[in-house]
Design a protein around this ligand. Structure first.
Ligand code: NAI
Length: 330
């Protein structure tokens, strides 16, 4: 019998398999890749494994945790930074939880900037036009970022890189964070000021009970007319129905969304050729001033290499010592 650590890897995509096989080339771990997500129905697949490796849209609730613990699974290894999909409090004392706190803040911040530029310079429209040899400029008017005010919500690793990028464009930066950085060289203001003063608002804080639907009908009302919202954090920071209404009323100028509150069943999958069930997302996608990418911000070579290496180190460290620097505690 091999005493290799056995890992059940859920929601595996080709790019995950390539980066994890490379990071595990010594063969220390025995990894079984499952295409399916982890949830109450698929948890049975974890039988006989020491570790489950999961991503942002796997369901790791009370029931799943109880079932994993019963099967003798010792560790939930998140291969992402956010852990809002894991009931960490319930896992305490039953099963360990580790994550990858940082893998490339540049990947996410640069994607936020890419979405913003694409949106305000109408690149998504002109790309399609020139592919069809339509060289007309009508309807492609943008605006300069230089001199505009950007409100950054959450000034952790990603938020700070995004602030640096914005400064490169000559933008005025204001920021809000529940725990402001002491060494900040930008101004912190309260959320009301962010809503009131920002031409662009970019979200880089975690999803918690407090930040859930921080963008709703009431906060949208307090925002500048024409504001551009950029969300590369977690979908449920924004009430999607309220966003849609804000766009319909022409109050919101544009939305750049890498995340969506009901993304779990659609993002990362090819749904072309299917009848699309989510009317809100369909309507948002149909808007000329909305750009949706499907939770793609992390997807760079550098980030995937760091994710695979850190996850494998986390697993080895936790199973050897019973604790890990990257442990998530309630
Ligand atoms: P971080 O932990 O370095 O920074 C988060 C910041 O948010 C901290 O400064 C914290 O004080 C602040 N914060 C906490 N509660 C807050 C509140 N109630 N209001 C305002 N600010 C609050 O995290 P990092 O690495 O910068 O990541 C930020 C978020 O980006 C993650 O929580 C995750 O949800 C998301 N993310 C998205 C990815 C994607 O592919 N789209 C990839 C990686 C992360």
């Amino acid at each position: 019998m091999s005493n290799k650590i056995k890992v059940a890897f859920f929601d595996a995509k080709d790019y995950d398999i390539a980066s994890f096989d490379k990071a595990n080339r010594s063969g220390d771990l025995k990894i079984k890749y499952f295409e399916t997500k982890l949830d109450e129905d698929t948890v049975k697949l974890a039988k006989g494994y020491d570790v489950v490796c999961v991503f942002v849209n796997d369901t790791v609730n009370e029931k799943v945790i109880n079932s994993l613990a019963k099967k003798g699974v010792k560790l939930i290894a998140l291969r992402c930074a956010g852990f809002n999909n894991v009931d960490v409090a319930h896992a305490a004392g039953k099963i360990g939880v580790v994550r990858v706190p940082a893998y490339s803040p540049y990947a996410v911040a640069e994607h936020a900037a890419a979405l913003l530029l694409t949106s305000i310079r109408r690149i998504h429209k002109s790309y399609i036009r020139t592919k069809d040899f339509n060289f007309s400029l009508n309807g492609l008017m943008g605006f300069d970022l230089h001199g505009k005010t950007v409100g950054v919500v959450g000034t952790g690793k990603i938020g700070r890189v995004f602030i640096d990028i914005c400064r490169g464009f000559g933008m005025n930066v204001i920021a809000y964070d529940k725990f402001p950085a002491k060494d900040a060289d930008y101004d912190y203001v309260d959320l009301k000021e962010i809503w009131k003063k920002s031409d662009i608002i970019s979200f880089h804080c975690p999803l918690t009970e407090e930040t859930y639907h921080m963008v709703d009908a009431a906060s949208i009302k307090n925002m500048k007319k024409g504001v551009v919202l950029v969300n590369t954090s977690r979908g449920a920071l924004i009430d999607a129905e309220a966003l849609l209404e804000g766009i319909r009323k022409r109050h919101i100028g544009a939305a750049c969304l890498d995340v969506y509150e009901e993304e779990a069943s659609v993002f990362f999958e090819d749904r072309s050729g299917h009848i699309f069930e989510d009317d809100t997302l369909a309507r948002l996608i149909s808007m000329p001033n909305v750009i949706v990418t499907s939770h793609q911000a992390f997807l760079t070579e550098e980030a995937l290499t760091n994710i695979a290496n850190t996850t494998i180190n986390n697993i080895n460290e936790f199973l050897k010592k019973g604790s890990c620097v990257n442990e998530v505690k309630a």
